[in-house]
Design a binder for this molecule. Structure first.
Ligand code: FPP
Length: 250
């Protein structure tokens, strides 16, 4: 890949992406929706490579939501097959680039061959420390929160935790993202201005960047533009601009 040269100054530690617009990309070209997903895989490769090259430690991609199971069966099958192929073909590259793979979501609902390749890839890359690539698969934020609440309620019922001991930190440690920093930047492509059940707990203080670009057209330039926009934001975490060190309003 060409050098990124003009890397923006304030890089986020964790970038999360809602990859949207594959279907519309295909429809605009008179192609079946699955062609949009195929081209979407190419964009995934580009963004992973770009994030790794820039030194972003955490990249999370929303690849398949819990709600996506409701799509036509052939589309779901194609998405599962693309995912399987991606994991198989990218393993050597992940090892070369020091990328660790993680998954968030209710993976028990994934087809067995997908679960196998996922678990093989996660084991093979577990020792990598260059970047953590997390895929949201069969993922939904509310479902994740409910699963964490159920696990804590079971512990409370068993007497291994006091209800009063459930702090934000304890709760976060029971989410699928346990141990990961919260996303600093969430990017959504395709012009939709929604959060769509993605990282609901974790994005409490995330900056959002929305772009009209459809996911298969999202490349290095668009990624760098989103990072540049992020670097111009002043994060205040509920404090005043003065307290947070933001420049005075003009
Ligand atoms: C949203 O576009 C995209 C998805 C539901 C799937 C995302 C999947 C990929 C990019 C490819 C597989 C992923 C990996 C990690 C190998 P949409 O279908 O909702 O588009 P539309 O809103 O235009 O219909």
């Amino acid at each position: 890949m060409a050098s990124l040269g003009s890397a923006p100054p304030a890089l986020p530690r964790h970038v999360a992406v809602i990859m949207d617009g594959n279907g519309r990309w295909a429809a605009l070209r008179g192609l079946p929706r699955v062609e949009g997903h195929r081209m979407g895989v190419r964009a995934v490769r580009t963004v992973v490579e770009c994030a790794r090259e820039l030194g972003i430690p955490f990249l999370t991609l929303y690849a398949f939501s819990l709600e996506n199971w409701g799509r036509p069966e052939p589309e779901v099958r194609t998405l599962m097959s693309l995912l399987q192929k991606f994991l198989r073909s990218e393993l050597p590259e992940m090892l070369r680039q020091g990328i660790r793979l993680r998954v968030i979501g209710d993976t028990s609902t994934l087809p067995l061959p997908v679960r196998h390749v996922l678990s093989r890839t996660m084991s093979a890359t577990a020792g990598n420390s260059g970047m953590t690539l997390t895929l949201g698969l069969s993922y939904a934020g509310r479902n994740e929160i409910v699963r964490a609440a159920q696990a804590l309620a079971a512990d409370a019922a068993a007497g291994t935790i006091r209800p009063g001991a459930v702090t934000e930190e304890v709760f976060a440690s029971r989410l699928d993202t346990a141990g990961m920093p919260d996303p600093d930047l969430v990017i959504r492509t395709s012009g939709e201005l929604r959060v769509s059940n993605f990282l609901l707990w974790q994005s409490a203080y995330a900056e959002y960047v929305f772009t009209d670009v459809l996911w298969p057209d999202f490349g290095k330039t668009e990624f760098l533009l989103a990072l540049e926009e992020f670097s111009r934001r002043h994060r205040r975490y509920g404090l005043t601009g003065e307290q947070a060190g933001s420049p005075p309003a003009k």
